[in-house]
Design a protein around this ligand. Sequence first.
Ligand code: ADE
Length: 416
Amino acid sequence: MKNDIKDISLAETGAQRIAWAAQDMPVLRTVREQFIKDQPLKGHRLAACLHVTAETANLMIALKAGGAEVALCASNPLYTQDDVAASLVKDHGISVFAIKGEDHDTFFKHLEAVIATKPDLTMDDGADLVSTIHAKHPDLLANLNGGTEETTTGVIRLRAMAKDGALKMPVVAVNDAKTKNMFDNRYGTGQSTLDGIIRATDVLLAGKTFVVAGYGWCGKGLAMRARGMGANVIVTEIDAVKALEAAMDGFRVMQMTDAAAIGDIFCTVTGDTNVITVEHFKKMRDGAMVANSGHFDVEVDIKGLASSASSVRKGVRNFVDEYTLDGKRIYVLAEGRLVNLAAADGHPASVMDMSFSTQGLACVWMAQNDLAPEVYDVPGETEDTVAMLKLASMNITIDTLTPAQQKYLSSWQEGT
Ligand code: ADE
């Protein structure tokens, strides 16, 4: 099997979408042009498990232009853009195994299909590819130069594997790069999550009490943007330093049990499980809306809600289910899955530009270096390159250190 997609005849719309995203990905365009000249991935087979979007398509096209043989599957069954998948297959000769809404078995069959290409490089969003290779195809590990990981949840899993001595291949934590999380996690999640909530519900944010669970980069972006739309924002957090930061950023900080009683809209962005539970649902007011923008659909206990609810009305609007609990209605968006990708288009191309350029360059770094099985940071030069290219695309020039400043910064003798 070389591909498994919904419908090849969707390719034309997919091509338009890919071209639209490309306009806002100038850094990736420069990386691709360099890849065409240098062919740094020639002879490499890359398996990617990412959200199949127009932005991802541009990354796949760049990697192929750099000489790699590429196979792509979805990192979540719900978020594939079928027209984009069709264009990748038809117009770019890239193997894609992804169909929006695919069931659990098909999702894993597709994961196996990209693994069957016997990759020497992997690219993950959530670490399903790397963990499946470790669990079911350990024979491939010897041939793996390494992998890259896109998201916080994936990096948490990989670090847990490394801590247990279970990680048998090198992986770059692209998520932890400044050129990724300061922009994609913060501004990408901030904007696209609100976009998903608004598209799903048409809710007015001004004057609403908006509860953000988690104050990592994603939570910060979401809290900032919700405040910008006029919401009264409450932050819940388990990390003392982050909670303090949220308080000093001007947000009300409290426990979820207290926030539950006063929030109008709730959104989890923690990367952890059972953040909103039945105990919290029971305290919510009639008409409360609950969404998630963390990678896995484990942050909101929807099974618990379903079993406690007296009635459930699915699809009262697209991506909105109504649960009645103790006589009060609670609206769950996108079944607790990533609301920004389910109900909107994910992060805008302009931030994915930096994340995916970092991905592409990190992938080349893995291919060119013989590394021990550990979790690595993105090399500092790669971050600088991506940031400088993005600034140039925005027509921004910055100062450089004079020799005297350089000397001052590297000396310790000068003081008071
Ligand atoms: N994750 C969040 N937004 C995304 C996008 N637009 N493409 C790929 N992965 C994403």
